[in-house]
Structure formats: structure tokens, C-alpha cells
Ligand binder design. Sequence first.
Ligand code: AAL
Length: 405
Amino acid sequence: MLSISFLSWADANNPVAFPYHMPMEKPDMPLSKAMNRAYQQYSTPTYRPNQLFTQFKYTRLSGFDYANGDGTITRRDPSKVIKANGRYYVWYTKRQTHTPPRGAAKSTESIPSSDWDLSEIWYATSEDGFNWQEQGVAVKRPPKPNVGWRSVSTPDILVWKGKYYLYYQGFLEASGKHGDDCPVTVSVADSPNGPWKATNKIVIPNGAKGAWDQSSIHDPYPLVYQGKIYLYYKSDFKAQGQIVRAQGLAISDDPLGGFKKHPLNPVMNSGHETTLFPWKQGIAALVIRHGNEHNTIQYAPDGVNFDVVTTVSMMPFAAGPYIPDAFTDTKNGQGITWGLSHFTWQGTRDTRHTILARFDCDLAQHIDEPSMRDTEYYLSADVYFEQGLGSIRAKREAMNKAELR
Ligand code: AAL
């Protein structure tokens, strides 16, 4: 009796149930907003078969000295990794100062304001991607008043017609005096070992006053796409009193100049440091740290119009992946499996510094690593407890007590 009345309720209210075997094509039936998204937004019914879904796993690097973590040495913002002369190469910001950063107000000619103030661009090589040998400085700070005289940081590499180009942020004042404002400049070399010749020219200028990218051009990130240099970058604008971090694109066929900012900029509404790679016919991006779409991987079939294709966790900050086809103008981007990233805020308040690390992932067409395809991370409870409530714990205690009164 009970089951019969239940069945008739089900028939009357849900005459066609969503099938147990999900149809490949969107079925001709009313669907919820979420199930519409399942068909329209995502290429696969769940994350495992989605080639742009991955976990990220981290390994400590050997070969880098951090002065016992006393805050006087930082390495951060690694470039893409490239292969040359039978080795892997990476470039990065290195700060080696007699004190850790002290903030803009206390900064001097030798006291850094921020972790990337008073820095130079260094490079390292490796034969296995885990053990690295630091080779020395690639780009020093040029004499005042050249672009970058205060600090050169956050490099990325382009290989174009047999030459090597390093793009990087060139600070003309201590970061933090007025935001983190800077343009981008470029140095060129015939070999990844240098010597690097600075152009001392601004190659990606700040936007005009009032434009979204008027203040900073950060994290320059060149790829070769559609026969041209597609250089992505990050900037910040303001909305409702908030800082919005977004990413733009500038295109050129000359590495030393003529970059045209895309008319649809910003091309991403979220993210922090830039990490992109050729994927199939288009460009994929890791969108980290900030914005409505942080912790997503996105894809633009034309390198411009990005869609969220999956959400992920524990993303690499400032990731510089090894992208074998970054500069080949591929029409079928193969993806990435590893690279270097950084961990900021290491040490205590007085010894703050940043370390480089390796990340591994499965974002490549040619591999399928099942152990990289879980959404769950079983972390020690300490990882969560260390975040702590800090100063709001007292407020929360008082709030709970008041509620019980
Ligand atoms: C990084 C990057 C840029 C910023 C600073 C150093 O994460 O976005 O390089 O200027 O922080």
C-alpha cells in the first residue's frame, strides 16, 4: 500500500527522472541550472576524465642556500623552465640584502621595502628538475635612472628565432611607496648562459591614467601563439573600494617592441601571478589566489576568451612550468607535468623570505596519472590549526558567551 502511493507520487511529480547513465548529449528534458552547467560549461561529466583537472604535489628543491632562513636571502617568482644545452634552466628574483624587508617607510638604499625590492635576476640549472645548481646573476640592477635601477624582479623567458629574451619588472622606486607600481623591460642574449644585454627600455608600458592597468604591469609571461608573441601580464584596478587583480594580453611580432594591448583586456577577471600554456588549439591558464575565479583552471580556444573548465586546490603560486612547446607555435598544445613555484611568508615576522619549490601535476595530453586525479588531500590537522583564528578568537569567544547568556 505504502509503496504504491509512493510510486504514484513519484510518477506524478517526476515523470521523467534524470537517467542513471548520464546521456552524452544534453537530454531533451527540463534541467536544473547546475545540470545545465554540467553540459554547457564542463567538457566531462566529472573531474577525473577532465584533462585539465589535476592535483598539485610539491617537492623541496636541493641546491639553494637561504642563510638558515634568516630573511636575508629570498628566491621567488620563477620563470618558465626551459630545456637548453641538455639541461633545464630557470630564472628568478633573488634578493640578498643585509636585512629582511622593513616596509616602504623604513627602506633605504640598502634596506629593502618588500621581499622583491633591491633584487636581481639570477638563474639556475638542473639535470633532473629536483637538484639545482645556482649559476649566478643574469640581470643586475642598471644604474639610476634606467628602468629597474631600484629593483629588477619577476622574470620570464622567451626563446624567439634563436635568441633568448628575459622580460621582467623594472622598479623606479621602492615597491610599496606607491603601491607596487612598475612597468616591464627586457634583456636579450644569444645563449641562456648570457651575457644579457639590457635594452633599458620600457617594453610593456603602464596604461594611460585612468586605464585599468595604469599602475602596474606585473608577471610578464610570453608564449608563442598564432605566429606571434602573446605576452600575458597581471595588473590591478579598483572596484567598490576593492582591489581587483586581473590579467591582460599584449601581442607583438617583435620581442623588443611594438606590443599591442588586446582591445578586450583584461582577458581574465581573477588570478595573481600568470601561468599559462598552449593547450590543444588554444591557451590554458592556472588562476590562483585572487578574484571570483581563483582556484580554477581556464581555457581560451583563441587565447583571449577564457572559460572556467575546472576548480582545483593547493595551486602553485607564481608557477613557472616546463612547457616543451611554449615557443613552437604549436596548433596542438601538449600541456605540462611540472615546474617551479614559490612559497612566500616563510620564517617568522622578522625573518620573512620566500623559497622556490617544485610542483608536479597532470595537465598533459600524453600522460594519465591516476594518483593526480583526486579532489581529496589528506593533510595533517596541524596544517589547518596553524592558520589559527589569531586576534578574532577573543571576539568569537565573547560572541558565543553572549549567545548563551
Ligand atoms: C608577485 C608578483 C609580482 C609582484 C610581487 C613580485 O607575486 O605578482 O612580483 O610585484 O608579487
